[in-house]
Design a protein around this ligand. Structure first.
Ligand SMILES: NC(=O)c1ccc[n+]([C@@H]2O[C@H](COP(=O)([O-])OP(=O)(O)OC[C@H]3O[C@@H](n4cnc5c(N)ncnc54)[C@H](O)[C@@H]3O)[C@@H](O)[C@H]2O)c1
Length: 266
C-alpha cells in the first residue's frame, strides 16, 4: 500500500547503504516516497538507487560524500528539495562503532567517532531543520543505541556519541517543536548488520541472546518499520523520544534471567 501524501515531498536517508539504511530506504520506496540517499561511496548509493527506482518506480537521487562535510550535506538537501519538493523527513543512520579498551583509546579515535556519529548528526539535523522551518513541518529521526543507556565495555567513544545523540534529540525537539518539527531517536539493540558483526564478538552475541526475552536478534526491517512510523503522520504527537527496538533486552537488567522459576510452560 502506498502512502497517499507523498507527492511533492521526499525523505533524505543518510547512511543509506548500511545494513539498517538499506532497509529504511526500501521501506520508504515501497510506500511510494521520493528519496534522496547518501553514504560515503557514491557507486554503492547509485546501485541502491537504481535497484529501488526499478523495483518501486519511485524517483531516487544518490549522493556520495563524507557526512562530516556540511557544504555537501547542504548542497544535497538544497538540490533534492529543488527536484522533489518539501523535505518531509530525515533519517540519519550514519555511524561507526570502534571497539577499544578505555585505556587504549587514542585522541584521534575518540575525535573521529564523536565527529562521525555526533557532529554529523548535529550538522545533518541543523541543515535539514533550516529547510523544514520554511514549511513549519518535518520529522527528524536519529540513531541512538542501547549503548546510550548501558555500558557493554570497550565502547567509550561510541557510547558517549550515542548518549550525546539522545541529548541532542531532546534539545532539538524543544527548540524545533514550536516550528512544527518533530525530532526523535531510535535505540536499537542487536541488529544483524556489518557494523554489529564487526563490533560484537561471537561470545558477546551469545551472552546477549540469553537476555533477550523475544529470543532473537533484530533484523534491519525491525528498525525500518519504526523509522517509517516516526516519519509518518501517525506519529504526529511524538517528539523528543528515544524508542528502543531491542526485543526487551534492556528490561532484563544486567543479571541473567533465572532459569527454573521462569521456564516457559511446555
Ligand atoms: N546494528 C546494530 O546492532 C545497531 C545497534 C544500535 C545502533 N545502531 C546504529 O544504527 C545506525 C546504522 O547502523 P548499521 O548497523 O546499519 O551500520 P552500518 O555500518 O551497516 O551502516 C552505517 C553506514 O554509515 C556510513 N558512514 C559511516 N561513516 C560515514 C561518514 N563519515 N560519512 C558518510 N557515511 C558514513 C557507512 O558507510 C554505512 O553505510 C548506526 O548509527 C549505528 O550506530 C546499530
Amino acid at each position: 500500500m502506498t502512502d497517499r501524501n507523498t507527492a511533492g515531498q521526499y525523505v533524505a536517508v543518510f547512511g543509506a547503504v548500511g545494513g539498517i539504511g538499506r532497509a529504511v530506504a526500501r521501506e520508504f520506496a515501497a510506500q511510494g516516497w521520493q528519496l534522496a540517499l547518501a553514504d560515503r561511496d557514491l557507486d554503492q548509493v547509485r546501485e541502491l538507487a537504481t535497484e529501488l527506482a526499478n523495483e518501486f518506480g519511485v524517483p531516487v537521487s544518490p549522493w556520495g560524500f563524507d557526512a562530516r562535510d556540511r557544504s555537501a550535506v547542504r548542497s544535497m538537501l538544497e538540490q533534492a528539495s529543488a527536484a522533489f519538493g518539501r523535505l518531509a523527513s530525515v533519517i540519519d543512520l550514519i555511524g561507526i562503532a570502534p571497539v577499544r579498551h578505555f585505556l587504549n583509546v587514542t585522541d584521534e579515535e575518540w575525535r573521529t567517532c564523536l565527529d562521525v556519529n555526533l557532529t554529523s548528526a548535529f550538522v545533518i539535523g541543523q541543515e535539514a531543520a533550516r529547510l523544514m522551518v520554511e514549511h513549519k513541518r518535518g520529522s527528524v529521526v536519529m540513531m541512538s543505541s542501547t549503548s546510550a543507556h548501558i555500558a557493554h565495555g570497550s565502547q567509550a567513544a561510541y557510547s558517549a556519541s550515542k548518549s550525546g545523540i539522545e541529548a541532542l534529540v531532546r534539545t532539538m525537539a524543544v527548540d524545533l517543536g514550536p516550528l512544527g518539527i518533530r525530532v526523535n531517536a531510535i535505540a536499537p539493540g542487536t541488529i544483524m548488520t556489518p557494523l554489529n558483526l564487526q563490533s560484537v564478538t561471537e561470545d558477546g552475541r551469545r551472552e546477549r541472546l540469553k537476555r533477550i526475552p523475544l529470543g532473537r536478534f533484530g533484523e534491519p526491517a525491525d528498525v525500518a518499520a519504526l523509522a517509517y512510523f516516526l516519519a509518518s503522520e501517525a506519529a504526529s504527537f511524538i517528539s523528543g523520544e528515544s524508542i528502543r527496538v531491542d526485543a526487551g533486552f534492556m528490561i532484563t537488567g544486567i543479571v541473567p534471567p533465572t532459569t527454573e522459576s521462569h521456564e516457559a510452560p511446555r
